[in-house]
Design a binder for this molecule. Structure first.
Ligand SMILES: [Zn+2]
Length: 71
């Protein structure tokens, strides 16, 4: 993986095996906890694409629902 990154280059989603353009930057800890995907890159933030962001939102929502059900 020797992909060069210029400042105006598209940044790819940091979920491994995902090649979509990232649209969001989220806390790595949170994404790690909510999504069952391994993440590439390092640092406290992880860049994720629209699709994975949706998945992340869904996961956090589900957790809230479970909480209210007394899990
Ligand atoms: Zn992705």
């Amino acid at each position: 993986m020797a992909r060069e990154r210029k400042s105006d280059e598209i940044i790819i989603c940091e979920v491994s095996n995902c090649d979509n353009e990232s649209t969001r930057s989220l806390s790595r800890k949170k994404v790690d906890k909510e999504l069952n995907h391994s993440l590439t890159g390092s640092g406290s933030k992880v860049k994720i694409c629209k699709e994975h962001y949706k998945e992340f939102k869904k996961a956090t929502k589900k957790e809230k629902k479970l909480d209210s059900l007394g899990w």
